[in-house]
Design a protein around this ligand. Sequence first.
Ligand code: SAH
Length: 368
Amino acid sequence: MSADAAPMNLFSLDRAGLEAFFLAHGEKAFRARQVMKWAYHAGVLDFDEMTDLSKRQRDRLREIAVFGLPEVASRHESRDGTVKWAMRVGNGNCVETVLIPERGRNTLCVSSQVGCMLDCSFCSTGKQGFNGNLDAADIIGQVWLANRELAERGEAVTNVVLMGMGEPLLNFDNVLVATNLMMEDLAFGLSKRRVTVSTAGVVPGIYRLAETTDLALAISLHAPNDALRDQLVPINRKYPIAQLLDACRHYLAGLGPHRSLTMEYTLLKGVNDSQEHARELAELLRDVRCKINLIPFNPFPASGYERPDADAVRDFQTYLLNAGYATMLRTTRGDDINAACGQLVGQVQDRTRRQARYIARLQSQEVA
Ligand code: SAH
């Protein structure tokens, strides 16, 4: 790269990428280690402060590289301690990131795309349409910024879930670089059990993931049969449940006998929350090693769905527990700041016209 090319954002390179970058510039590969310790462990992004580099090296780095972060556009803190940031990622787009502190854990929910292409019927992100993929720097930048805020009170991000805006497996390469950095000792050093990719069911992505890593995988299932799942999670029409569960079993084979997947199931009143649905779900998952995470629907304007009553939620959970499944109820966090699952919307310069259709629907309901 010549000095006048656009500077390389070093947040978009994992350790192997950074080593290659330094080698390509006639430097030793171990410079990657030095620079990573500064950026990720010491929180220093200004090359001039990286005192174990020579003056010449620092000057050269300043010409060809940068550690560039998304810009925080807003920060809201919920009554329950949940924090939601909107982060500017360029071209007028913002994505949202949510920090969920609980019992000695700090779970960060990270976005992987600007909007989402998949348009699951009960998810507000889908209604915003889609603009594009985040690059790896914008994904890991969300973790860096949250971690810096936590560091001020002597804490750190302990878990990352790719459950913010977007479908991570449709932005595979960038997500892979970012998750490598999450798990890299010279960066965030999280164990593979504490980094979770969540997918609506991009089957080829699951096979590809199995080839490259063994981090934790969550599947947004939401329905126990194809007829219903086709309506709720439209990508099911392309990759139906049988194919999805085959991919899950393949991924599980790479995790070894002691780890399992997470099945996410958003409970929608009168849609997928009956005892019959619970029975069908228990039957369906019999030979897939998994925990089940129930998420009572989080409402948003003109969604057309409702959250089931507490009794129905409890009965659904009880059925699955009795059927032998570890079944958690995901408690709603941060809903007073619209930071709960399915409520992340950011600011999407939509390229699909879906946002316009959603706004028209909202307006017609207001008039009605
Ligand atoms: N696209 C990925 C990552 C998003 S994860 C995926 O689908 O897995 C966000 C989780 O919250 C998904 O399981 C999603 O289906 C669920 N969700 C979306 N909207 C919701 C809502 N309004 N209430 C509760 N859960 C919702």
